[in-house]
Design a protein around this ligand. Structure first.
Ligand code: NAP
Length: 247
């Protein structure tokens, strides 16, 4: 049985990497996929791939830092489908530097996308989910949001912050039928880590008990589970999907 049959699922940062894999996984699970990202050609290609997998799907340009754009996309989805069942707050960026070197621009930009963007999208769908009496919000944290990381002051703060959102919104919204959870991926092979030299990636892989980096599809599988009714008693949780990295 398809686990997300007919569920209207909005995924941010769906143009590549984990977001793209999640859109395709959700499509195969029967979802109505709303794939959102910055580049029109990317969202259209992902929506097309979802349709090729047999799903109803549409692509939207949506910058999560632009509240007016987020509100317009949510309004459009509601006009077309009448509901939003799942929001995956996947869009995220890095701009790394050590504390002593980090510019205010680097700090602000990462906070803007990874933290304010998650707030924008979640707030934009929250009234609808509460009035439906059902919904799922899934947030992209990271192992860096559990343990910190050298050179990632801004990113770590956002990924810890997303866990704070998750637990707060789970308290506020779960009594109204809306589940809120986070996924904390380890090192996953996506364009986000494409600039990391192979030697560094090989060393990282050796630190993982499963002795390899993760695939975007392995994070998508976790999102699909948490989005589905199989996770009906799970809220406020942070699911680590990291090959045992944080053991
Ligand atoms: P990715 O390959 O860089 O994909 C992220 C997508 O988000 C890109 O398409 C990017 O567009 C888009 N995006 C950036 N800024 C945006 C904005 N303001 N509004 C809307 N979309 C925006 O990253 P990924 O590796 O798939 O990561 C996805 C999520 O998982 C992120 O939140 C990341 O922090 C988290 N995560 C990843 C890893 C990992 O190892 N890969 C580990 C832990 C957590 P552009 O490319 O055009 O900028």
């Amino acid at each position: 049985m398809k686990r997300l049959e007919g569920k209207v699922c909005l995924i941010t940062g769906a143009g590549q990497g984990i977001g793209e894999a999640t859109a395709l996984k959700f499509a195969r699970e029967g979802a109505v996929v709303v794939a959102c990202d910055l580049k029109p050609e990317q969202v259209e290609a992902v929506a097309q791939a979802c349709r090729a997998a047999g799903a109803q799907a549409e692509g939207h340009v949506m910058d999560v830092t632009d509240r007016a754009q987020v509100d317009a996309v949510v309004a459009g989805v509601l006009a077309a489908h009448g509901r939003i069942d799942v929001l995956v707050n996947n869009a995220g960026i890095t701009q790394d530097a050590r504390l002593q070197k980090m510019t205010l621009e680097q700090f602000d930009r990462v906070i803007d996308v990874n933290l304010r963007g998650v707030f924008h999208c979640s707030q934009a769908v929250s009234n609808q989910m509460v009035s439906q009496g059902s919904g799922v919000i899934l947030n992209a944290s990271s192992v860096v949001g559990l343990y910190g990381n050298f050179g990632q002051t801004n990113y770590a703060a956002t990924k810890f912050g997303v866990i704070g959102f998750t637990k707060t919104w789970a308290r506020e919204l779960s009594p109204k039928g809306v589940r809120v959870n986070a996924v904390a991926p380890g090192f996953i092979k996506t364009p986000m880590i494409a600039t990391v030299p192979d030697k560094v990636l090989d060393d990282l892989a050796q630190k993982v008990p499963l002795k390899r980096l993760g695939q975007a599809e392995e994070i998508a599988n976790a999102y699909a589970f948490l989005a589905s009714d199989e996770a009906s008693y799970i809220t406020g949780a942070v699911l680590e999907v990291d090959g045992g990295l944080t053991l």
